[in-house]
Design a protein around this ligand. Structure first.
Ligand code: HEM
Length: 484
């Protein structure tokens, strides 16, 4: 009686999950948007397997969901459960309660100490070096799997610098030369392929666990486990190297600070501590995984728009020529003056919402939600996709139009109603890092190159993209022409 409206076709074991697959087989966010129209409601309720689920899809309900302390839990998902060695969830993204709060706080603080998530000269110098390295690569490299005959593989070429920069603050490791790029490519592809298993069909494994014994899911499980092992091995090796060279007088990264805490807890005989090697391994995975495919994926979506709307690329280049010129690489101080460039980045984050249903939340207690009664254990889903496509806010959300973020004087509007990184206590800790990196990639690359469709290639269909917890463009090639 107090549950929101939703589908009535219910199946044993699956609940209403099949209705969702039926409405949109590839993209759950699109299925849920359709469902809102069918049931004429911004709030939906249904069962995923045995779990009651509530979806919020307008600004007011999404903000309430993201703000209420009772809705900040997480559900166990197949991609999180394969990572667990000994029974309990670890890391940050999929944990809740004291473990999540304490560990998120620790890493935010210590990553900031090493420049992540704020203005920091050493990290900005490194970011500029990564962009310069990519520019030199695109000018000089002749034979690389991601760059051949003047054609670049998008979005792969954007991934390397982001992972390298994160690692610098997280573990202090450096990746240089061809070998460094190869390692970064490996991490990127493993993370990307792992991420593909967060698509809707693989979601069956989350809600109907016995499906893992049936085809095709048995094969899925083997693949997910293999990909996770690759990422975990990377994290384990990194910890091993750090432990071997640990010196408590030289703390050069967040992981060094963590190892120090771990050693102190061991020395005190603290058995209840969250500072363990297993936990550290999963935190490293929780940071490398998004750093490997979010920023590059979002930039890939933007480069697709440069093909569909070449005038956007031209306007950014005109703005760069006017504000920065060609003699120096753009830097973060230019951000405040590059209004059209910033508006374009905001628009791509709205137009192609990278994490369309956020990471699902969970009710940790019974609570009221927009007049409905929500029971403990209910999966709570904020549809950032619906918010970013709400015609009452955006007027013409179906169009890619950076100008919507500019006022009549061409200045960036103060108020931004998008929430691509979420909001509240679960806010993405990578937000500042991601926004800074995206700006530097767009500004640095468009100052130096024009990107266009290779001869004979077809324009991309931007309605087709890879599904998952975060969506991703299909890889495509673009012609890179140095600007004269
Ligand atoms: C364009 C880039 C990115 C977007 C759009 C994005 C978006 C999001 C969203 C929507 C969430 C879920 C928030 C919630 O649960 O309410 C999230 C969580 C998270 N993101 Fe990001 N993210 C991006 C990049 C990154 C990067 C680069 C990192 C790390 C280097 C990162 C690390 C995390 C972590 C650790 C969480 C879990 C936070 C928690 O559970 O408390 N993200 N992100």
């Amino acid at each position: 009686k107090h549950f929101p409206p939703g589908p009535s076709l219910w199946f044993p074991y699956y609940g209403h999950f099949l209705s969702i697959l039926f409405l949109h087989y590839h993209h759950t966010h699109k299925a849920l948007a359709k469902m809102c129209r069918i049931y004429k409601s911004k709030i939906l309720g249904f069962y995923l397997g045995p779990f009651p689920t509530v979806v919020a899809s307008d600004e007011k309900s999404i903000r309430e969901l993201l703000m209420k302390p009772q809705f900040q839990g997480r559900i166990d998902q197949v991609v999180s459960l394969v990572r667990v060695d000994f029974g309990e969830e670890r890391g940050i993204i999929f944990t809740e309660g004291d473990l999540w709060q304490q560990q998120k706080r620790f890493f935010l603080r210590h990553l900031r100490d090493h420049g992540f998530g704020k203005r920091s000269e050493p990290l900005e110098v490194q970011l500029a070096a990564e962009i310069q390295d990519l520019i030199t690569f695109l000018r000089e490299e002749r034979n690389h799997p991601a760059y051949q005959n003047g054609l670049a593989l998008i979005p792969s070429i954007f991934a390397w610098g982001n992972i390298a920069l994160l690692m610098s603050a997280l573990t202090g490791e450096k990746f240089t030369g061809r070998e460094g790029k190869d390692t970064l490519s490996d991490i990127h592809w493993n993370a990307l392929n792992f991420q593909f298993y967060t698509e809707p069909l693989a979601g069956t494994l989350t809600f109907v666990p016995f499906a893992k014994y049936l085809p095709p899911f048995f094969g899925y499980m083997k693949d997910i486990t293999r990909l996770n092992d690759n990422l975990a091995n990377y994290a384990k090796n990194s910890i091993r190297k750090k432990m071997d060279s640990f010196n408590e007088d030289t703390i050069n990264s967040a992981v060094d600070a963590y190892i120090k805490m771990m050693k102190e807890a061991q020395a005190d005989g603290d058995r209840e501590t969250y500072f363990t090697e297993e936990q550290l391994k999963l935190v490293i995975q929780d940071f490398t995984f998004p750093a490997s495919n979010t920023i590059s994926g979002q930039l890939g979506f933007l480069w697709q728009q440069f093909l569909l709307h070449p005038e956007v690329q031209t306007k950014i280049q005109e703005e760069l020529d006017r504000v920065v010129g060609r003699s120096e690489l753009p830097n973060l101080n230019h951000r405040a003056e590059l209004h059209y460039t910033e508006a374009t980045i905001r628009e791509i984050m709205r137009y192609k919402t990278l994490v369309p249903l956020s990471v699902p939340h969970k009710a940790t207690e019974d609570a009221n939600f927009m007049g409905y009664h929500v029971e403990k254990g209910t999966i709570m889903v904020p549809s950032l996709y619906c918010l970013h496509n709400d015609p009452d806010i955006w007027g013409d959300p179906e169009n890619f139009r950076p100008e919507r973020f500019l006022d009549s004087n061409g200045q960036l509007k103060k108020k931004d109603r998008t929430l691509p990184f979420g909001f509240g206590k679960r806010l993405c800790p990578g937000e500042t890092f991601a926004r800074q990196n995206m700006f530097m990639y767009v500004a640095g690359l468009l100052q130096n190159f024009t990107f266009s469709l290779p001869e004979g290639a077809k324009l991309p269909d931007d309605s087709k993209y890879i599904p998952g917890l975060n969506v991703h463009p299909q890889h495509f090639w673009m012609k890179v022409t140095p600007r004269s």
